[in-house]
Design a protein around this ligand. Structure first.
Ligand code: FE2
Length: 185
């Protein structure tokens, strides 16, 4: 190998190490390990307060593909939000909301580790929207984060102006996961 080439390579290595040294002080800063606060989204027209306290929205005779979503409610610094309230509402398998009663509506409280566990069905689509589940998440005594959860690969995602990939649950064989990060230190 020509000597000139070797010298050039050594300069590149030295330059790289110097660049890394410049970056290191920034890396030493404490990092919010849970990343970004979960994005808020519109409540939509179908929210109803005073939903029943229940982790399962499934009632006998309901149609639909079973779906479970689990996850945690966390602060920006990954601390669990014990006792956070999660209130879910969604369309039935045919894409209709129950506006006279409380079908597919319910709230639950996160446990001491911030965990929640929702049993429901895959919501149906309705015109103009991606498949989604509405949710409000509130730390005790704090105003709620209102947002919506989406489904990876749903055909409606690309056509829905408010769909956001960061609000997709991860999904494997009917088991969904999503962690909420509230704007709390
Ligand atoms: Fe909706």
């Amino acid at each position: 190998m020509p000597i000139r080439h070797l010298q050039f390579s050594r300069r590149l290595v030295v330059g790289g190490a110097a660049a890394f040294a410049l970056v290191r002080p920034a890396l030493a800063q404490p990092t919010p390990a849970c990343g970004r606060v979960t994005a808020a989204q519109t409540e939509g027209p179908f929210f109803k307060p005073r939903s029943p306290l229940r982790a399962s929205l499934i009632e006998p005779g309901m149609a639909g593909e079973p779906l479970r979503i689990t996850g945690r409610v966390l602060t920006r610094f990954c601390q669990p939000v014990s006792g956070a309230m999660l209130e879910f509402w969604q369309a039935d398998a045919a894409g209709a909301y129950d506006n006279s009663g409380y079908r597919f509506r319910g709230h639950q409280l996160a446990d001491a580790e911030g965990r929640y566990d929702l049993a429901t069905i895959l919501p149906g689509r309705y015109p103009g929207r991606a498949r989604h589940i509405h949710v409000k998440v509130a730390a005790p005594g704090r105003p709620p984060l209102t947002t919506q959860l989406y489904f990876p690969g749903d055909a409606g995602n690309a056509r829905d102006g408010i769909w956001r990939r960061e609000l997709e649950i991860t999904l494997a064989k009917g088991d969904g996961r999503f962690d909420f990060v509230l704007d709390l230190g």
